[in-house]
Structures are given as C-alpha cells and as structure tokens.
Design a protein around this ligand. Structure first.
Ligand code: ADP
Length: 334
C-alpha cells in the first residue's frame, strides 16, 4: 500500500515540505482546530510569554507536523523537532530540554511512543520548567534539579487515548484533527497542483480527491502519480479520464481501496463467507503479516464501514459485499 498508507517515507518528506501550508490562513479545512489555535496563539503573543503546550491528535497524514511548524512560525519562534521513538533514554530528552531557549517550540511527534522514564521527565519539564538530571547509578545516585527556560511543547499522537492521563492533562490545549471532506481535499489537490506546476481540470482533481481516503498526504501522493501518468501517456493535463486511468493502473479504486484492502475483503467474503474469521487466518489467506492487515488495511476498512472487528473475529458488512459486486448471503439458520 505504498500509495495509500498514512506514513511518509524519506523521499516523500522532501516533497511534502514543499507542499506544506506556511500559515494558519493557508491551511485548508480543520476550521475548528484552526480557530482554536489562532486564539491560543494570539493570546500568547499578546501576553509576550511562551504559549500553552499543545497536543495534536489524529491519524497520520492529516497535518499535525504542518500545524506544529505553523505554530512556531506564528510565534516567530525556532522549532526543534524530535519524536517519541527517537527518545530512548531520559538522558536524550534532558539534553534536548536543556538546550532550549525561552519561547522555543519543541515538537515531539508520536509522543505516545516515548519511554516511561522520559515521559516522567517531561511531566516535570512541562509543569515546572525543570528537569532532574540523575548523576551516578544505584543507591549513590543523586538528582540535580536543573531549570529550563519556559518553552512550548507541541505533541503529536495518532490517538490521544494512547497517552497516559498525567501527560495528557499537562497540555493546555488539544486539537483533534478530523478526516477531510471531498471538497477540502479537492482544494488541497488544486493547491498542490499549482505549486507543482501541474495543469488540471476540475473533474480531474475531484477524481483524485474522492480516492484519497480523507487524507491530504494521500491526496498529494496520488496527484504525483497521476501527474506522472499525464506526462508520460498524455499531454500533461490532469483530466478525469487521465486520473481514472492512472489510479486504475496503481490499483487505487473509486473508494480509495488499494490491492491489499480488496484482497482482505475478497478473502473475507469469498473464502470465509463474510466471517467471523480470526485476524491470523485472514492474514495467511492474503499472504501478509498479521500486523500489516491490522494496521495498514483494517483501519480504513473499518472507518469505511466495510469491515467490523468483533470479539469472534473479523466480519464483512453489507457494504463490503456490495463493493465487491457480490450478493450478501442469506443469514445462516441457527
Ligand atoms: P501528519 O504530521 O499528521 O502525519 P503532515 O503535517 O506531515 O501530517 O501532512 C502531510 C502532508 O499533507 C503535507 O505535505 C501537508 O502539506 C499536507 N497537508 C496536511 N494538512 C493540510 C491542509 N490542511 N491543507 C493543505 N495541505 C495539508
């Protein structure tokens, strides 16, 4: 699912950087979070102090990193970037925190994946702007309190519920990012096409938007593949027909399902009568790892109302049968 996964790889991050909105006014959609953030930032600016810590939650590719960069820009403050998995020891975090200057914005992506000791150090830093640096080991170890300048932490997480309560409570503001509507995605595709100097027709961008799973990152990715197709097989203009042919070639269907999504639904319906079937059995049937099916294919199928996770296993919904063009089987007599 290279085309429809939510995560970005290294190459993609470079292109993404070029397509990122630079100010709140440039951000498309997310009206509520935008207005809330705008207020929080304006208040901080007028008080002349570091803004409250901000938590951004939502699935990959919806704009959390983009907003973190915008927060720093709107505060005219430098941004330091790190991520939960990159902080393996509390010492790593202590080094980052003690290098901050007053008013800096520290962005911690995937903040729910930080180690426990680092998390505890972060509580103290967020609340009291202090870290305890531990010197030595065992019974002779001593904690030396170190003051750090007031800073603003921006944390990003795919699910706010994954964060321990004490950490969540220390954010002054939490913004929940929602999946984007078709019109918003269309606007994002048109904006990106403009920046990439790709000529598009309205039907063409709408076609890309409708297959983008509510996710700007995916919309931008599909646009780039459609652009390739338009340049190599046509005159470079993204029309509806070109978009359809390109996305068919890359196996992204009208609902945004990719090859793996369809394989999962097909196995579930054709081989297991619609379920319930266990995750491991389903994964073997499509020749994938359990984790891949669970983390890559299922979230979208569940959100799309095609697959349900039940205590007895995975079940296909009526929408899944319809999507595959199959009749829903009559309920079994019991
Ligand atoms: P996340 O950090 O949530 O995974 P990113 O902030 O990296 O997502 O966004 C992924 C891509 O989508 C970026 O290229 C960004 O420019 C684009 N994008 C995200 N949200 C918007 C938006 N509201 N308007 C325009 N482009 C957006």
């Amino acid at each position: 699912s290279a085309l429809t996964g939510g995560e970005a790889d290294a190459d993609e991050r470079a292109v993404e950087a070029a397509l990122r909105p630079r100010s709140l006014d440039e951000v498309i959609g997310q009206e509520r979070v935008r207005e809330q953030l705008s207020l929080v930032l304006q208040a901080a600016r007028s008080r002349g102090r570091a803004a409250d810590h901000v938590l951004l939650s939502g699935p990959p590719g919806l704009g959390k990193t983009t907003l973190a960069m915008i927060i720093a820009a709107e505060l005219s403050a430098p941004l330091r970037l790190t991520s939960g998995p990159a902080i393996t020891h509390a010492g790593d975090l202590a080094a980052i925190l003690s290098g901050l200057n007053e008013g800096d914005v520290l962005f911690v992506d995937e903040i729910h994946r930080m180690s426990r000791p680092a998390e505890e150090m972060l509580y103290l830093a967020m609340e009291d702007f202090r870290v305890d640096v531990v010197i030595g080991k065992g019974p002779g170890a001593t904690a030396i309190p170190l003051e750090i300048p007031p800073f603003t932490l921006v944390g990003a997480t795919t699910r706010a519920g994954l964060l321990p309560g004490p950490l969540r409570d220390r954010f002054g503001f939490t913004g929940h990012l929602e999946f984007y509507g078709a019109d918003e995605l269309d606007e994002i595709v048109r904006r990106s096409a403009g920046l990439l100097e790709v000529e598009t027709l309205p039907d063409g961008t709408a076609e890309i938007a409708s297959r983008s799973r509510g996710t700007p990152r995916i919309a931008n990715r599909l646009l780039r593949r459609v652009r390739d197709y338009a340049q190599v097989r046509a005159d470079g203009v993204v029309t509806r027909d070109i978009a359809r042919r390109a996305l068919d070639l890359f196996e992204v269907d009208e609902s945004g399902l990719d090859r793996l999504d369809r394989a999962v639904l097909d196995a579930l319906c054709s081989r297991f009568g619609g379920g319930p079937v266990g995750l491991s059995t389903l994964a073997v049937a499509v020749g994938e790892e359990r984790e891949t099916v669970e983390e890559v294919a299922e979230p979208f199928l569940v959100r799309n109302g095609m697959l349900a996770r039940t205590p007895r296993g995975r079940v296909a919904t009526a929408a899944a049968w319809a999507h595959l063009g199959l009749d829903v089987p009559a309920p079994a007599q019991s």
